[in-house]
Design a protein around this ligand. Structure first.
Ligand code: ZN
Ligand code: ZN
Length: 261
């Protein structure tokens, strides 16, 4: 077993050095997955929506990674079969943007797979604990959606789940719900630190193909309760409307007698 540490970052060069490959030769190390001896190595982008949300595919849902094989991949291909039933281990590296370094996610084991083309595998990682890109499995599921071009349906979640956009939004706005002021760290301590949903303000009807997300003006941190309430109507109701309806804030303060401004 190679001494990669889950959560640590490695460039491909680092990986070659650690695995003991002088010259990786051909391109197989650069096309997503390859094998070396009995072991397999996967390099993948995760949750990178690009500038307009178009390359969204591999996604962390909680601790599991939904992963797409190469576009022509099929379940009966030897390379896929040996990934799913390896003699050695599957080392999985991911990155959230186009930086050079990948994060080692851990030794991957297939939890389930889809017999589609490309093959879709849900990977789980044994015994590792570190901060993965924050993607929330319990996000609003029937959010509005638009069809971009003829082929792809995009839901508002694409923007709300983009880890880079989230990070920029939260860096600017903080991690306290802008509607009810709920603060997960205050209530749950270290466990709650950094936890919050992100809500996309623009109705998707106003989002055209040329749309470019601005994480600061288009996104706001909201707690899951307020987020669910925002999406209770379609299109979502506005933050100021919901604030006006709020009777009790996140610290239990009764707001029904407050002065409205
Ligand atoms: Zn809230
Ligand atoms: Zn939302």
């Amino acid at each position: 077993m190679y001494p990669f540490k889950a959560g640590s970052q490695y460039t491909r060069k680092d990986v070659f050095r650690i695995v003991g490959i002088d010259d990786p030769g051909g391109g197989s190390w650069y096309t997503g997955y390859t094998s070396h001896g009995d072991d397999h190595f996967i390099f993948c982008g995760v949750g990178t929506t690009g500038r307009t949300g178009h390359d969204y595919q591999n996604t962390f849902v909680g601790d599991e990674l939904i992963w797409f094989g190469k576009s022509q991949s099929r379940l009966d291909q030897p390379s896929i079969q040996s990934l799913l039933n390896p003699n050695g281990h599957v080392y999985l590296f991911f990155r959230e943007d186009n930086r050079e370094a990948f994060t080692f996610a851990g030794l991957a084991q297939p939890k389930s797979y889809k017999d589609s083309s490309p093959v879709v595998v849900t990977w789980v990682f044994g015994g590792t604990d570190f901060n993965r890109p924050e993607v929330l499995p319990e996000e609003i599921s029937d959010a509005e959606s638009v069809t971009e071009g003829a082929k792809k349906t995009v839901t508002v979640n694409v923007y709300e789940r983009d880890p880079n956009a989230r990070r920029k939004c939260l860096k600017h706005w903080g991690t306290i719900c802008v509607i009810c002021n709920f603060n997960f760290e205050l209530v749950f301590g270290a466990l709650g630190r950094g936890f919050i949903h992100v809500h996309h303000l623009k109705p998707l009807a106003e989002v055209g193909e040329e749309y470019e997300l601005d994480p600061i003006s288009d996104l706001r941190p909201v707690c899951p309760n307020c987020h669910a309430m925002l999406h209770r109507k379609r299109p979502a109701i506005s933050i100021s409307e919901l604030k006006a309806l709020l009777k009790i804030d996140g610290s239990g303060r009764n707001l029904t007698n407050r002065q409205t401004v």
